[in-house]
Design a protein around this ligand. Structure first.
Ligand SMILES: *[C@@H]1O[C@H](CO)[C@@H](O)[C@H](O)[C@H]1NC(C)=O
Ligand SMILES: *[C@@H]1O[C@H](CO)[C@@H](O)[C@H](O)[C@H]1NC(C)=O
Ligand SMILES: *[C@@H]1O[C@H](CO)[C@@H](O)[C@H](O)[C@H]1NC(C)=O
Ligand SMILES: *[C@@H]1O[C@H](CO)[C@@H](O)[C@H](O)[C@H]1NC(C)=O
Length: 546
């Protein structure tokens, strides 16, 4: 999950609508919604607003969410009956306070870790189920379906812990979608919920088309190409194809895998129970027992494309979209909503929207440079190990440094065909120290803890230091092309990538902190910037919580 990235945050990226070859399944809406609210929008008052600190387009700012439905003709005190609709949220550390802006909607949160201070306020129609941290959102959703198969509300909305990532305009999108599903009379007035009348609607504005025969399977293809030696791309794609087809067939309980599928980025769907019931409970159960698969995420990748099939619409494709095949990457096609669905309500932007909680170091740097960061960041930063300048010392921030692995969960060396023994060694995106050298943690060395850094200003850049077990200060530096812990300070310049991701340039050596080209063992190097591709040298600083 965006933690290390929501399903595909890192790869997370027109006019083919046409009529959907879709069943005539209609939502059977009983007249269950009797809405009594003020007809005139009341003036916005403080009680109606929930503030969120967010990052988008290289800036930190406050997003104000209005608790009142739509244009405020619906009061915030209204509640949907529990048999009408339920939000099902898979949490893995994310900031969930946005749920406070949707008090009308019954919700269940499967909480697999993260700060309690980021949970929504308690309320009667919200249940928080604490669980061990295993699996991804597909596991949570399958489990929820299996456990509640006979007691589903009319509409279920499956969501990631931070649903704004792929859907910056999430609040409006989810309200429109639910209205369209439960109040068919209103559909005509609603924008951007084109599929909702069919009882199945994605909560994203970005779509990818996969094609098995063409070997264009999006993230599955990218993953495979990262795990095979250079020069064997064809073999890698074939591996992805076979594994995808096999996983897909298993998920579908042995039924043939459709060769072409549209994926709604992020796996967030609103769906009626009739549609969930179009697949037998035993099929969901079997899919659940398959486990996460390759890289701990392969089933999730395949399911991301298969949810519509599971939900009774094998030929599903997005409507009201523009095709942008030129940006399809490893997929066959890409499409984007053309009616503003899921775009930010204030700026119209569709760029990924992050919580400040995941980008504290970036917002802090903005704040220091004098850029506006919104009011909320002032209180957000108090929860983190940020030490303002004082009589005892200069400004200092404590953080872990992590490489961005662009879509994969772990880093794999591209071993030579001969070195088969390396083929099943993977590396976590955590940086550890071994004999003064720095590198990614091998999957079999969970005993090594990620290095925590003190980051201080140094010249026009930053110094990274830590205390070793003897209490001696060591600094991140460069020596003979390798990143090392050294006794003398070094200064690092941050070169801006998007939304707080950085490249780090060693001021004195003029080299860039980087991974190798996957030919070696997950070490960190200091290399010439020329010739490096961005996937080798992108990092993010995760500020430590107090
Ligand atoms: C609010 O919603 C109602 C019903 O959906 C609509 O008739 C009205 O025009 C809307 N008002 C505004 C200000 O958008
Ligand atoms: C998937 O695998 C099945 C069984 O091996 C095969 O018959 C089918 O042609 C494959 N589908 C695609 C699209 O490659
Ligand atoms: C690779 O996997 C094989 C079989 O699962 C195992 O015997 C071997 O020890 C593994 N190699 C490494 C380096 O982990
Ligand atoms: C950071 O510096 C402070 C003050 O010198 C020290 O107490 C702390 O242990 C350091 N943290 C790390 C991770 O080295």
């Amino acid at each position: 999950m965006i933690r290390a990235l929501a399903a595909c945050a890192a790869l997370t990226l027109t006019s083919a609508s046409g009529t959907q070859a879709c069943d005539n399944q209609q939502v059977h809406s009983k007249s269950l919604l009797q809405v009594h609210g003020p007809t005139d929008p009341a003036p916005r008052n403080h009680d109606d607003l929930v503030g969120l600190c967010v990052v988008q387009d290289d800036s930190c700012f406050d997003l104000q969410l209005d608790k009142r439905w739509h244009n405020a003709s619906w009061s915030k005190d209204y509640e949907f009956p529990p048999d009408a609709v339920q939000l099902v949220v898979a949490r893995h550390g994310e900031d969930l306070r946005w749920l406070d802006a949707l008090p009308q909607l019954p919700a269940v949160v499967y909480n697999r870790g993260g700060a309690d201070s980021l949970l929504p306020s308690p309320r009667e129609n919200l249940r928080i189920v604490s669980e061990e941290n295993h699996g991804r959102e597909d596991e949570v959703f399958l489990h929820h379906i299996v456990e509640n198969y006979d007691a589903l509300p009319q509409v279920t909305v499956f969501l990631q812990g931070w649903p704004f990532g792929h859907c910056p305009g999430f609040l409006k999108a989810v309200r429109n979608t639910i209205s369209a599903m439960l109040l068919p009379g209103q559909v005509a007035e609603l924008q951007g919920a084109a599929d909702a009348s069919q009882g199945l609607a994605p909560l994203t504005g970005t779509f990818w088309q996969y094609n098995i025969n063409a070997g264009r399977l999006g993230l599955a293809s990218s993953l495979a190409s990262k795990h095979f030696p250079l020069g064997r791309e064809r073999e890698a794609l074939n591996y992805a194809r076979v594994l995808y087809n096999e996983t897909c067939t298993k998920i579908l309980g042995g039924a043939a895998c459709p060769g072409v599928e549209w994926t709604a980025e992020g796996a967030q769907w609103a769906v009626t129970r009739d549609r969930i019931w179009s697949t037998e409970r035993s099929i969901y159960m079997d899919a659940l027992s398959l486990g996460e698969g390759w890289e701990g995420k392969f089933r999730g990748l395949v399911l991301e494309a298969l949810w519509p099939v599971m939900f009774g619409s094998a030929q599903w494709k997005p409507t009201k979209v523009d095709m942008i095949p030129s940006q399809a990457g490893q997929a066959f096609n890409r499409a984007r909503s053309n009616d503003g669905f899921c775009a930010s309500e204030t700026s119209g932007s569709r760029k990924l929207l992050f919580s400040c909680q995941d980008r504290v170091e970036f917002c802090e740097r903005q704040r220091k440079s004098g850029a506006s960061t919104g009011k909320l960041f002032e209180s957000e930063r108090l929860g983190f190990k940020i030490h303002d300048a004082s009589d005892f010392g200069p400004w200092r921030l404590e953080a872990k440094l992590q490489p961005i692995l662009w879509g994969s969960a772990t880093w794999w060396p591209r071993a030579s065909p001969e070195a088969q023994s390396m083929r099943n060694v993977s590396f976590d995106p955590d940086i550890v120290e071994l004999d003064g050298l720095l590198g990614l943690r091998r999957s079999d060395r969970t005993d090594l803890a990620a290095v925590q850094w003190n980051i201080t200003e140094s010249g026009s850049g930053y110094a990274f230091s830590r205390l070793d077990f003897r209490g001696q200060q060591q600094f991140l530096g460069c020596q003979e092309g390798l990143a090392r812990l050294l006794p003398e300070p070094s200064s690092w310049q941050f070169i801006k990538l998007l939304d707080g991701w950085i490249q780090m340039r060693h001021t004195q050596a003029g080299r860039v902190l980087s991974m190798d080209d996957r030919s070696s063992e997950g070490r960190l190097y200091c290399r010439e910037a020329a010739g490096l591709d961005s996937s080798q040298a992108a990092f993010v600083l995760q500020t430590l919580r107090k």
